[in-house]
Design a protein around this ligand. Sequence first.
Ligand code: PRX
Length: 656
Amino acid sequence: MSDSGKSIESFSGEEQRYEPTPAFSAQARIKTKEEYDKLYQESIESPETFWKRETSELVFRKPWDKLVDWQLPFAKWFVGAELNITESCLDRHLETERKDKPAIIFEGEPGDTETLTYTQLHQKVCDFAAALKANGIGPGDRVAIYMGMVPEVVIGMLACARIGAAHTVVFGGFAAEAIRDRINDCGAKAVLTQDGAWRRGKVVPLKATVDAALEGVKSIEKVFVYRRMSAQDCTIEMQEGRDLDWYEAIKAADSSLGVEAEIVDAEHPLFILYTSGSTGKPKGVLHTTGGYLAGTHLTTKYVFDLQEDDVYWCTADVGWITGHSYIVYGPLSNGASCVLYEGAPNQPDWGRFWNVIEKHKVSILYTAPTAIRAFIKAGDEWVDKNDISSLRLLGTVGEPINPEAWRWFYQKVGRGECPIVDTWWQTETGSIMMTTLPGVHAVKPGSCGVPFFGVKPAIVSSEGEELRPGEGGLLVVQNPWPSMLRTIWGDDERFKAQYFSDIEGAYFTGDGARFDQEGYFTVVGRIDDVLNVSGHRIGTAEIESSLVAHEAVAEAAAVGRPHDLKGQALVVFVTLKPGFDGNAEMEAALSAHISNEIGKFARPDLVVLVDSLPKTRSGKIMRRILKDVAAGREVQGDLSTLEDRTVVESIQARFS
Ligand code: PRX
C-alpha cells in the first residue's frame, strides 16, 4: 500500500437519482428491490441453494461435492465438479433454437462483416481445437494469443479451453518486450497471432511483433497465423517448422480430434491474464474453470438483463479482462448475439460507433467512460446522424464516470430512458462485483451501486476497522466469490502479499471508496501506485523499471495527473547519468523507449528531465510531491521529512 493509503477524503455531492422506467422494470429479469434483496440474502446465507439453482442451466459433467473450500487466501469452488466451459458456451445451445442464432456479428474496420451462428462457431472451435491437438498442444499447456478483434481470437480462446490448455491473451497494443516477458513467465508452448490488424486505416503488424518477441524464447514450439490481410496490405515471414497457417493447420489435422471436449476439474486453469500492480513486474492473474463460468454467466444475465433477442455489444478489447468476461465467456454461455468490432471508434469518423449500432440494431452497449468523453468532445452531430433507438440498456466500466459524461450518455445516447449500469470490478475479480440491477435500482451518477449476488464488500480504515456511511476508506471484499483469482501464476507468496496482507481476513482491492446510507458504493480510484489511463491499467513501477533500464537514466519517478479525456495521464520525472544531455531529443527518446518496451498506450504525456528528485532523508522518492507538481497544485502535506526543499522549488519552476 502506498503512503497515501491512510484515509481518503470523503465528500457528499449533490444526490440525483434516476429510477428505471416502469416499462423497463416490467420486462426485466429481476423487477423489484424485494426480489433483489431476497436473492442477495440467499446468496450470502444459503450459497449452496443459490448457486445450485443459478448454475443449473450450465453443463457440469460431474456435479460438485462441496460448494467452496476456503483456506484463506486460497479458494476452491465447486469442489469435485467436472466440466468443459465450451460445452456451456457452445454445445448446449446446439440442442435448442439458438443453434442458428448469430453468436458473433463481426464488423471489420474497413466495413466488412461476417456473422457466425452458434453452429458455425462451434464447428470452427472444434476444427481449431483439432489443429492445436494435432500439433502437440494439450491439457495444462499455456498458449499465448496476440491478435486483434477478429472472430478467430474468440475461436482461438475457446479452442484452448476446449482442449484444456490455458490461454494468455496479450493486448495487441503491447510491444515485443512485454509479450516476451509474459510468454517467459508462463512458459507458453504456442502463440496464436495474425498477419496484421486494421487500426485507424493502418495495418498493425502483429506477426512481425511476435517474431521480434520470440527472439531467444525457448518454450514456444508453434506459431499459428491467421491471415486477416491481403498479401498487398501486409507481408509476413513464416518460419519453417515453427509457423503454421491457421486454416492450413486445420486442413492438415484430423478433424475428429476437436469434437470431444476435454473434461477438466472445476479448478483447472482456464486462463492467465497479466495485469499491472505496484511492482515493476506484471502479475499473471490466474482464473480457473467452474467458478469463472458461474460468475461471468450470472452477471451477464442479470446485470445486462439479457433477453433472447438482444444484440449485445461490449466495446472492450479482448486483450483485457472485460473482453474475456463480457465478450467471450459471459455472453456466449448465455447464448447472446455479440457484436465484435475490429477497429477504432473514430474510423472513418466519430460516427462509427453509432453507425455500428444502427447497422446491427444493437440493444445493449457496454463501454468505457474514456470513450464517452471522447465522443462528447467530437460533438453531438455524430450521434444525430444515426438511428440508435434500438438501444435499451447502457453500461460503463473501468474507471469512475464523471457526472458530465454520465448525463451525456444518459440523455444523448440513452434518450433519457435507458438504464445505465456502472459496473465496478477488476481483472482479479473476474466478473462484476458492484452495480445496480437495471430493472430494480435507482442510479446515482458516479456511484456504481450495490453488491452483486454473493459479494460482501466493505469500507475499512487502514487498521481494518469497518467505517460508517460517508467515511472514505479502503475497499475490501470480506468473503470468497466464485470468479475470484486463485493466485498469481507461479507466485503464491506474491498473491498473499498483494491482496491478503493489508487487511486481515479480507481481499484488498487497491481502491479507495465510500458508501452511503442506502448502501450504494462510490469508488474514488486506486490508492496504490496504479494508474488508469484511458481505461488501461498501468503500474507506475513498471514504467519506472523500464526507464531505469535505459542507458541514460539514473533515476525515474512516474506519476499520474488528472486528464479531461483519459481520466489520468502519465508524467515521468527523470534524472540522467553523468555525460547525458537533458534536451528535447532525450525527452523524445525516453518517451519512445517506453512505447517500444511496454506499448504505445503507455507513452507518457510529459517527460520532465530534472537534476534531482524529492526524497526523504532515508532516500525514498516522495511521489506525492511530484503528483501535486504534475497536477499544477500547491504541494500539500507534511514536508518535514524532505531531505532538500530546494529540489521541489526547482522542479516547480519547470512547470511555471
Ligand atoms: O480502480 C478500479 C477501476 O479499474 C480497476 C480495475 O482495473 P482492471 O483490472 O484493468 O479492470 C478494468 C475492467 C474491469 C479498479 O480497481 N474501475 C473499474 N471499474 C470501475 C472502476 N472505478 C470506478 N468505477 C468503476 N465502475
